[in-house]
Structure formats: structure tokens, C-alpha cells
Write a protein that binds this ligand. Structure first.
Ligand SMILES: C[S@@+](CC[C@H](N)C(=O)[O-])C[C@H]1O[C@@H](n2cnc3c(N)ncnc32)[C@H](O)[C@@H]1O
Length: 593
């Protein structure tokens, strides 16, 4: 496979990089270090130098796709958080300047002084994004990896708290160590003790592809080589902190902070619950995906896999909250999350519905057929889009008064089941029920007629192999990666039908897997001759991969053709942009016949 040219990026777009401190031991560490059985020296044990574990065939595939050196860099980058937090400002409510002022005050007043300390040159860690058109994006620079003094040279080893891999990934992003994430702890730990926090990583089981942590919660550690998985935990220390509970408390109480991790390998501010409704923490490529869609005021847009609503709300802000965005997701509870976010951000152009993207196209006659069915044996569970938007089922950020007075019925309003009409009349008379108080219910949609949207975003569910920090990747196999691609192609088949001629379709994923990115684009371009790749603005990601990949089982995967690679945006976690791995393709929809 031919590797595509790497686009050189202008680093001035980004917050200035902080000094990284890698020990020479960490640079030379062998890929197989987690499997070593010999006890390691103190300095290589008490440090953060994880190596991502992949299924061997997946690793082989990625090595071929990217080249071994490049993939090793990607794999390493995935184990670290990005060096900055990216904040999207809700310009409907506030401005970047106001947010920068408030965040500066919050950070200066914060009890955790670590963020102040990282700026050795006296500059602020907060800055406005310099990418043209993205001046409503604010970066907050973090720092790391820091070398932590664990006191390992002392006579007795440091007391330890062992946390689950998922807990560790959250902690690396700035979270605290919460009780449910704690798996094991040294004996006799009391509240207020200094502890080293390390990660319990999945280990290979007896069968191929079988991985597990294999440790009972509450296990006692001694800090000695006789501890379970002692060697395997080498190089997996994420910081030093103070216990907020005794050992017994950690395994007795259901929630709360277990360790106040004051000395971290990576220091990133946690903006949990900060400036709610005014800001949204979002990865830079996700913001760029909303721009790639290029939504215009007054348009009708479908976000097919919308939850939790990060891109939906980004699109709404780009439209200045004028037009209609239908935010769909398969999961009822996740649709509620979109409703909550839209309401919090004060956005009224977003309507939500529960919809399986694989069934999102509904032919006009099928629409009334299934509505008839719904009247009979499945009352109220299937409701057309028109019914939803006119009858409050499709919850939106619009005020109650506005919605109840709305007479707008885009499809003529003739697809509403009588049961739904009765139910809604009652609801309007009685006011919202308890579960409907803040978008407590997500209406189901049975789909939309072909060509009913100006633009469609398909931010597809994927293997998420671009998300970082990631400490383990062994569960995906070449077959599961291929299956993700198959699922995405089926969704794309639906999306293509829903965009009107002259409209735009954006396809995105947060994975580095070519089967879910370039191969899906190849499929779309080969199958739908009316699709063409369209230029994206801004274009700050790198090029896609061209060529083909042949697998040992004979499966052949076609990727992009020469000339197409510069039309997509591939965000490489190992590049200077220091983002998650992400992929964006934008298609123009030409005449369909
Ligand atoms: C990558 S996430 C979307 C993230 C979202 N676009 C954002 O920016 O906040 C993928 C979403 O697809 C949803 N999903 C998975 N399968 C689906 C299906 N068949 N139909 C609709 N949604 C689906 C998941 O529930 C998940 O919320």
C-alpha cells in the first residue's frame, strides 16, 4: 500500500507546546515490555510508559497501511492525552473573550495550583484558536508527561492504589480517582496517606483473543514482586496523591473520590460543570466536521447519529440557530442527552428523535402504511417525523408555548396516528408529565422520505481507535474492524438517499482504521456515481491513504485513488496538531439518475 504524503501543518494554529520529559529508558522500551517477567529497575517501574496492545493481525494490517514507524508513533500518541483542552464557545450566549476572562479567573482561583505552574514563561495557558473561522474555539494548554517522584528509592516501596484501565484513561484526561475505579490497594492504607496510583491492564488469557484483568476488587497489594501482575504494571504509574478514604472505606462506600491525585503525569484542567451552557469541551476535529458540513441558515439538516449532541450543537451555532436540525440516534437515553445539551445551550433549531440510522429512509407510501399499523397493534410507538415535529413528540429546545402554538406540519400532518393526537392533546391540557420535564421523552421516528434534507451528517459509530488516551486496544480483530465498515456502509446507503440533489453529505469517524474510513469512501464513490468528494474548509487534517490492502484470508480492501487523498481530512494523533485520530469526507450530491 502506498503511503500518502504527509501534510505539513502550521503549528501556530495551536497552543504553544510545553516541554515533554521522556526518560531515555522510556524511549528505548521494547514493545513487549508488559510481558516481561523479570522485575524492572525502580526508575523504569515507577514511570508512565505504556505500550498499546493490539491484536497481532490488526497490528500487522496497520503496519502495512501506515508503515511500521508511522504506526508505532500513532500507537504511542494514542496512549497520551492531547496536550491541550479544546473548548467550543457557545456564541449564541457569549463570546470567546468573555469565556477566556472567566476561565482565567477560575483557574487563578482554583485550589489546584498545577495549571498555574506549567506556564514557566509567565504566559497564560488559555488562548484563542488561530485557524481562520474558528475564533470561537479556545485552547487551554496542559502539560506532561511529568516525571513524578514516587519515593521508590526509600526502604519500603510506595503504598499503591491500583485502578481500572477505564478509570486511568479518565484520570489522564483530568478526572479524579473515584471509588468505583479502584481495584486493589496496599494493606493498612489510611485516609491521608500518600499513594502511587497505577493501572491494572487487561492481560492475555488462555484462549487466543481472550483478555481480562483477572483480579478481584479489594485485592491487597504489598508492593512486592509477589503481588499479582507486579511486572505487568511496570511503567503504568499515572501519579501520586493523597487518599481521601482508608483502604476499608475505598471498598465499602459506593462512590466519592478515593484519591486526590495532586501530582499527575499529565496536567489538564477538568472543566466538568464549568460555565455550563456557555462552553462545550470538544475535540478539534469534531468542530472541523461541523464546518465541513457548511450548514447555512434556514436549511434542513439531519444528524443521523447525533448523541450526545456535540456536533449537532456545533452545527446549530454555525447556523445561528436558524433552520431545522433533526438530531437522531438509536438510543432513547442518548437522545435525551441531546435534548438536555440543546436546552442547556439555549438552542431552539434542534429537534430530536429516536431512529435507527439503518432504517432512516421511509418511502412516502410506506410511511402511511406503517402509521396505519401503528394505530392497530403498536399504538404510539411509531410516529412520523411530521407528527413528531407538530405534536411535541420530537422534543426540541423550543419553548413550550411556542411549540404548542405551532401549526407547522412539514409533510402535511397526515401521518399522525389518532392515538398520538389524543395523547398529545391530553399532554398539552395537563402540562408536561414528570418524565417530560426536561425532554424526558424521545419520540420515535419511522424515517424520512428520500431527498428530504439539504445536508446530512453521518458521524458513524465506529471502533473509536482514534480516541485518546487509550491504554488498551487488544479487543478489535481484523474481522471486527471489517464489520464496523460493513455497518457504516449500510448507514451511508441510507444517508445518500436522504440528501437532496445539490446537497451535501459528510461522513466522519473517530478511528484510525482505514476499513472504516478510506474504504467506506471508496465504496460510496464506486457505488453512487452521483457522489463526488468536495473540498472542506477549514482543511487542517492530513491526507487519506491511497491504494489497496490485501489480507492473508484473500480479502482485498480498496482505499482512495490518487488525487482523492487531499480531498479528505485525516487527523493523525501523532501529528503536530496533537488531536484524536479522526476522519472526515465531504460529498457533493449530484443528479441521482
Ligand atoms: C460517534 S457517536 C456520535 C457522536 C455525536 N455525533 C457527537 O458529536 O456528539 C455514534 C452514535 O451513534 C449511535 N448509533 C449507533 N448505531 C446506531 C444506529 N443504528 N442508528 C442510529 N444511531 C446509532 C450511538 O448511540 C452513538 O450515540
Amino acid at each position: 500500500m502506498k503511503k500518502a504524503r504527509v501534510l505539513l501543518l502550521n503549528p501556530s494554529f495551536l497552543p504553544r507546546a510545553t516541554t515533554t520529559i521522556f526518560s531515555s529508558a522510556s524511549q528505548t522500551r521494547l514493545l513487549s515490555h508488559q510481558m516481561e517477567t523479570k522485575p524492572s529497575s525502580d526508575s523504569s517501574r515507577y514511570c508512565y510508559d505504556p505500550v498499546l496492545r493490539w491484536d497481532p493481525q490488526v497490528e500487522d494490517y496497520f503496519n502495512k497501511a501506515y508503515g511500521a514507524d508511522h504506526f508505532a508513533r500513532i500507537s504511542k500518541a494514542l496512549t497520551r492525552p492531547s496536550s491541550y483542552s479544546c473548548i467550543r464557545v457557545n456564541t449564541v450566549k457569549t463570546t470567546s473573550e468573555a469565556v477566556i476572562e472567566k476561565l482565567t479567573k477560575i483557574l487563578n482561583e482554583s485550589e489546584d495550583g498545577s495549571l498555574k505552574l506549567v506556564q514557566s514563561d509567565g504566559s497564560s495557558p488559555i488562548s484563542k484558536c488561530q485557524i481562520p473561522g474558528l475564533d470561537y474555539v479556545v485552547f487551554v494548554r496542559g502539560s506532561g508527561p511529568h516525571r513524578i517522584e514516587y519515593g521508590s528509592g526509600l526502604e519500603s516501596p510506595p503504598k499503591e492504589v491500583l485502578v481500572s484501565r477505564k478509570c486511568a484513561e479518565a484520570v489522564l484526561r483530568g478526572a479524579q480517582v473515584y471509588v468505583p475505579g479502584v481495584l486493589a490497594c496496599t494493606a493498612h492504607v489510611e485516609k491521608g496517606d500518600a499513594v502511587a496510583v497505577c493501572v491494572a491492564m487487561e492481560q492475555p488469557g488462555d484462549d487466543e483473543g481472550d483478555w481480562s484483568v483477572n483480579m478481584t476488587r479489594g485485592t491487597t497489594l504489598q508492593g512486592l514482586p509477589s503481588d499479582p501482575f507486579y511486572c505487568e504494571r511496570s511503567g503504568l504509574y499515572i501519579g501520586m496523591g493523597t487518599t481521601m478514604l482508608s483502604r476499608a472505606g475505598m471498598f465499602r462506600v459506593p462512590h466519592g473520590v478515593a484519591v486526590d491525585l495532586s501530582n499527575r503525569v499529565f496536567r489538564l484542567p477538568s472543566f466538568y460543570n464549568v460555565l455550563e451552557g456557555e462552553i462545550f469541551l470538544q475535540n478539534l476535529p469534531s468542530i472541523v466536521a461541523a464546518h465541513a458540513l457548511d450548514p447555512q441558515k434556514g436549511e434542513r439538516i439531519l444528524d443521523m447519529c447525533a448523541a450526545p449532541g456535540g456536533k449537532t450543537t456545533a452545527i446549530a451555532i454555525l447556523m445561528n440557530d436558524e433552520g431545522e436540525i433533526v438530531a437522531a440516534d438509536r438510543s432513547h437515553n442518548k437522545v435525551l442527552d441531546v435534548q438536555k445539551l440543546s436546552a442547556e445551550m439555549g438552542l431552539s433549531c434542534i429537534t430530536t428523535c429516536k431512529l435507527d440510522a439503518l432504517k432512516s429512509v421511509c418511502l412516502p407510501n410506506a410511511l402511511s402504511d406503517s402509521t396505519t399499523l401503528a394505530n392497530g397493534d403498536n399504538i404510539g410507538s411509531v410516529t412520523s417525523h411530521s407528527a413528531l415535529s407538530s405534536n411535541e413528540e420530537m422534543a426540541s429546545g423550543r419553548s413550550e408555548a411556542e411549540k404548542s402554538s405551532s401549526t407547522e406540519q412539514p409533510n402535511g400532518g397526515d401521518n399522525v396516528s389518532q392515538a398520538e393526537i389524543r395523547k398529545n392533546k391530553e399532554r398539552l391540557r395537563n402540562g408536561r408529565g414528570r418524565t417530560q420535564s426536561q425532554g424526558g421523552r424521545a419520540g420515535k421516528s419511522q424515517g424520512f422520505p428520500p431527498n428530504s434534507f439539504d445536508r446530512v451528517l453521518l458521524d458513524a459509530p465506529c471502533s473509536a481507535l482514534g480516541l485518546r488516551p487509550r491504554l488498551f486496544a487488544g479487543l478489535e480483530t481484523v474481522i471486527s474492524l471489517r464489520n464496523h465498515g460493513r455497518y457504516q456502509r449500510k448507514m451511508l446507503d441510507q444517508a445518500v438517499q436522504l440528501v437532496r440533489v445539490g446537497g451535501v453529505l459528510v461522513y466522519s469517524t473517530c478511528t484510525i482504521n482505514p476499513s472504516e474510513n478510506e474504504a467506506v469512501v471508496r465504496y460510496a464513490l464506486d457505488k453512487y456515481k452521483f457522489l463526488s468528494l468536495a473540498p472542506q474548509h477549514p482543511r487542517i487534517g492530513g491526507p487519506g491513504l491511497i491504494g489497496r490492502c490485501e489480507f492473508p484470508d484473500g480479502y482485498v480492501e480498496e482505499l482512495l485513488k490518487p488525487g482523492e487523498e487531499e480531498m479528505v481530512q485525516k487527523f493523525d494523533p501523532s501529528s503536530e496538531l496533537d488531536t484524536i485520530g479522526f476522519f472526515i469526507a465531504k460529498f457533493s450530491v449530484g443528479p441521482k439518475d
